[in-house]
Design a protein. Sequence first.
Length: 202
Amino acid sequence: MGVILGHVRELLINVLFLIFPLFIYKVLWVDRGKLESQWNKVVFTFIAMIAAFLCMSYPVEFFPGFFFDLRQISLILAALYGGHWVSAWLYIGVFPYRFLLGGDGVYISFITVTLIFLILPFLSPWYSKLTMVQKMITAVSFSVIFSSMTASLSEMFTATYLTEMIFQFVLVQALGILLITYFIEFIRKRTEVGDGGQSFKT
């Protein structure tokens, strides 16, 4: 039980790594009225990449060579909110860094990250039209799908069954993406109110 709680605590620290760059983005960029800047998409991509790098730098090693972190949250939301451009640059930045970290899990990471990159950006136009609640449900659904895929492939590669630990990983990631999506939508709504209805764009 102590080991599991330790893993959960480390994953929750990953959530903070995701919130902090987003908070900086809000304070130093959004609140200064720079959303219409031609550099906005670049800044958003940079923020998402920092969040992913932080998560990968402090992962949870459930078993040797297989590192679990919450970078998928950054990848999923970057694809859904930013579309192909943001997702492509994030893919180019994230996978080489994961490869440098090593471990057998790098191959599983390649599969899941590539699927996110190939599928989710196409859903960005549809996602942008959803209500806040629908966006949160959609984000959580994709989180559960990809985290479960990662966990299942890891168990298959290692022939090790750590159901309880895997459940904690899927659950924490789902709650994490729920929180981050809410925060993004909160920023978006505040921005729309502040500029008379101008939409939050990346």
